[in-house]
Design a protein around this ligand. Structure first.
Ligand SMILES: Cc1cc2nc3c(=O)[nH]c(=O)nc-3n(C[C@H](O)[C@H](O)[C@H](O)COP(=O)(O)OP(=O)(O)OC[C@H]3O[C@@H](n4cnc5c(N)ncnc54)[C@H](O)[C@@H]3O)c2cc1C
Length: 412
């Protein structure tokens, strides 16, 4: 009899895994607590940043913690009442910044990013690719000379790995990006990234495709996981349960409790991000745009103009502080003065962030019936399809074409 696999979490990662497993002939149920809300996978900035192979975080950044605590509307903020809970995560982050760990990090990232874009293409039917993805690259806009010069080393390292960025004058940037009129000192164009036209549109498309092939959807919140040698039991919040043969935990930032049930204490927390999606934008461009000093992304999507970003450490349960979006809009208008501020849908989403900035991708070291696919932080949309490929290869074929050791669940 075909074994039943439950994928917990129907963000882009869980949905992609369910689709791949079904395509490989498996019997799959895809479970989510809500198929109507917009998860991180639908609300992101849409940049497939496969050239981002260096750690986002640096030990020096931690010196800024006192400032993060002081201003809840700052681009990076730490909620004072959550600071103690975050402490072990920051310690793990600090450990991960040693030179040796950093070297391993780049190797691991290169191995996963090399097929991140082509694996997206594999999931989308040929005739639909243009509807969802444009290989148009991303502009990084620098307002200050000091920040532009501060990133020189990253540009050099990227070039050494084959991702050569182009330095663009402010005037050329104004000519190339519709709506961009002021505030730029220098821009950097990264051709090695692509852009989604609608992150939520892609998520729904892949979900429909999976259902069309026979993936079963179940809307309920998994509250507990039990297992014996025969079966795995998923308990739901409404008191019901189902029994399956294998599971994949792909619940994004919410995976920690489920992984705890399975015996692992992992440094997974969330860097909450915010945005507003404004309909009827007065301008449109088809590239990714990141304002480096403001730490925001401005994305011209089919859904509207999306302005957002920032990092808020406040845990997954805290109420959103939408005032942060007013600050982001103000910063965005310093570059794009005609951004409308009188309309738009405001949103907060939880990035699933591992302290060492590497996702967990792989199988339980002592129980191969259990797989993990979460913790992709700022780049989960980029890594969704490649994660799904490796997880489905492991489950169905028992092997995949890269070394998943750096991503194992018990690495801490
Ligand atoms: C503002 C912002 C901008 C971003 N921009 C980019 C970008 O440009 N490029 C990029 O690559 N990445 C970006 N990201 C990161 C990216 O969105 C995430 O890393 C990615 O979406 C994570 O996908 P996921 O499937 O793991 O999690 P999610 O999308 O969060 O999905 C997890 C799902 O699990 C479900 N779930 C949770 N717990 C349970 C449970 N107990 N039972 C049942 N279901 C459960 C949730 O309802 C949810 O649907 C951005 C994130 C944010 C917040």
């Amino acid at each position: 009899m075909n074994k039943k696999i439950a994928v917990v979490g129907a963000g882009l990662i869980g949905t992609s895994i369910a689709l791949r497993l079904k395509q490989k002939g498996k019997d799959v149920v895809l479970i989510d607590k809500s198929f109507t809300e917009q998860p991180a996978s639908g609300g992101n900035a849409g940049i497939i940043a496969y050239c981002d192979i260096f750690p986002m975080i640096d030990a020096k950044l931690l010196l800024k913690i006192p400032f993060w605590l002081l201003n809840p509307r700052a681009m990076v903020s730490l909620k004072p009442s959550y600071a103690l809970k975050m402490f072990p995560w920051f310690i793990e982050l600090l450990k991960s910044t040693s030179p040796k760990r950093k070297e391993g990090y780049v190797e691991a990232k290169l191995s996963i990013m090399k097929s991140a874009l082509s694996d997206h293409y594999t999931q989308i039917d040929q005739q639909d690719i243009e509807r969802f993805i444009a290989e148009t690259g991303t502009y990084y806009l620098y307002s200050k000379q000091s920040s532009f010069e501060g990133d020189a080393n990253v540009r050099k390292l990227k070039a050494e790995h084959g991702y050569e960025p182009e330095i663009v004058s402010a005037n050329d940037a104004y000519k190339r990006i519709d709506g961009l009129e002021q505030g730029v000192y220098k821009a950097v164009f990264e051709k090695d990234s692509a852009n989604l036209k609608s992150p939520m549109g892609l998520l729904k498309y892949l979900r429909d495709k999976a259902v069309g092939l026979g993936v079963e959807l179940k809307q309920d919140k998994v509250s507990n996981i039990r297992r014996n040698t025969d079966k795995i039991y998923l308990d739901f919040e409404d008191g019901n349960f189902i029994e399956v043969d294998e599971i994949v935990i792909a619940a994004g930032a919410y995976s920690r409790k489920l992984v705890n049930d399975l015996g692992f204490d992992i440094p997974l927390d969330t860097e909450r991000g915010y945005n507003v999606t404004i309909p009827n934008s007065p301008f449109k461009f088809n590239v990714g745009v990141i304002a480096k000093d403001a730490q925001i992304a401005i994305s011209s999507l089919d859904d509207g103009l999306r302005v957002g970003g920032g990092v808020e450490f406040a845990g997954i349960d805290a109420k959103p502080n939408y005032e942060r979006i007013d600050v982001m809009l103000k910063l965005a208008k310093e570059l794009f003065p005609s951004i409308p501020t009188d309309r738009g849908e405001r949103w907060m989403g939880c990035r699933p962030s591992m302290a060492d900035d590497l996702p967990v991708i792989g199988q339980h070291p002592r129980d191969r019936r259990i797989s993990f696919a979460f913790g992709h932080g700022h780049l989960g949309m980029t890594m969704a399809a490649v994660t799904a490929k490796h997880i489905s290869n492991m489950i169905v074929d028992g092997k995949t074409d890269i070394d998943l050791t750096p991503f194992r669940v018990d690495r801490f």
